[in-house]
Design a protein around this ligand. Sequence first.
Ligand SMILES: NC(=O)c1ccc[n+]([C@@H]2O[C@H](COP(=O)([O-])OP(=O)(O)OC[C@H]3O[C@@H](n4cnc5c(N)ncnc54)[C@H](O)[C@@H]3O)[C@@H](O)[C@H]2O)c1
Length: 436
Amino acid sequence: MESEVSRRTFIQQVGVTLAAAPLMVSRAHGQSPSDIVNVAMIGTGGRGASLLESLAEASHARVVALCDLDPERLQKAAQMVEKRNAVTTHDDYRNLLENKDVDAVVIATTDHWHTPLALAAILAGKDVYVEKPCSHNIHEANLLVKCAHEHGRCVQHGTQRRSSATDIAGLRAIQEGLIGEVFVAKAINHQRRDKIGKAPEEPPPAGVNYDRWIGPAPQRPFTQNRWHYNWHWFWEYGGGDLVNDGIHQLDEAIWGLGLDLQYPQAILTSGGQLWYDDDHETPDTQMIIFEYPGKQIIYEMRLWTDYKMEGHDNGTVFYGTKGKMEIGRKGAIATTVDGKVIEVKPEDYGVQAEDIVNNFITAVRHGDPSRLNSPIERGAVSTILCHLGNIGVRCGGIKLAYDPKTETISSVSDGSQANALIRREYRKGYELPYRG
Ligand SMILES: NC(=O)c1ccc[n+]([C@@H]2O[C@H](COP(=O)([O-])OP(=O)(O)OC[C@H]3O[C@@H](n4cnc5c(N)ncnc54)[C@H](O)[C@@H]3O)[C@@H](O)[C@H]2O)c1
């Protein structure tokens, strides 16, 4: 496919060495791709519902099984799928994974279940689409990459900007010199995320297996804030808006600067809660600087403000010697030093792209992880950088250095505290199915 070839050529041009990705594909890849990929979805909440819509539009995918711990959501999702074909429903993912007809599993649960489910799915012989962030902590992300490579599975990470034709065109324009030499990118996450108040303890909703929802995390009483969506703001389940929305802008900065699969030499962090006075554990204000040899990425987050204050939507800004390029939901817009504003369109650069879901299905049909736009090894680096940014803030704002070979953090004011956050304790009965 011409568009995919040109995308890959472009990626190599921006300095991403595909060879650095140690993919070991164990399956013999088919000469003719399988026609329909049977998909199972685990987690049918806000994101799950939107992925179901994308899967319904994908011509080579069929959703055959669904799993959620909330029976209401499960039923609603089943009704959606049953308009097209029959689907089985499960509240225990292990039953779903036993189904030999399932080729691929889409995971859109709470973050703290992502790696445990993805590992179990790979071990059951399935390809996996795992929502971002791929893990709850650094160690899990590394395990997931290792397991995916060992089993030669397609594992797509839910950072969909890498599948956006506009973003690819914007980065191609940068590559062709539109804004000169580029040294710095800023990942901007400014938005209003309202206070959540203080929620009282109460019994979990009827029919919900809350013990399994908590899963590997410590046992806690149910509250509405520790439940659907708001779990993002508790360290035991999520990682705040850095891993929620910020990861998209940060991932784009890494990609655009050609820093995929690399770790920064140092990370400076600052942040905390300047506005929240409620159940939130995660910060509302955060600044991180990732230092690479000759390049810098700045992440800036303010959750008590509005998109419009910066004059543009959330996104990533690349700064060059001849101008800047803003890439976000408004498109890819360059402003040159002489004040010219240029909107970069995919057609101007001959860019076409499959969306992230179709791209996953294509890779699975061909049994070929190298076709993925957001392969797990790149997703893992973006996820780990977010975790490092959070660890820095949780340790009071420090300068970190992360050694991916030994999986340790050093050069910090309190190294022992930072290193303790690299992995988690798993509640009995919810240990990881793969230890590397
Ligand atoms: N790529 C994107 O743009 C994008 C957008 C939104 C959300 N997301 C990601 O999608 C994920 C889900 O977010 P959300 O807003 O839909 O959350 P949500 O709380 O609305 O939904 C999560 C669902 O997972 C279910 N669940 C949790 N653990 C389970 C388990 N062990 N087995 C089965 N079901 C389980 C819950 O019951 C719930 O219905 C998050 O990781 C989030 O980061 C990605």
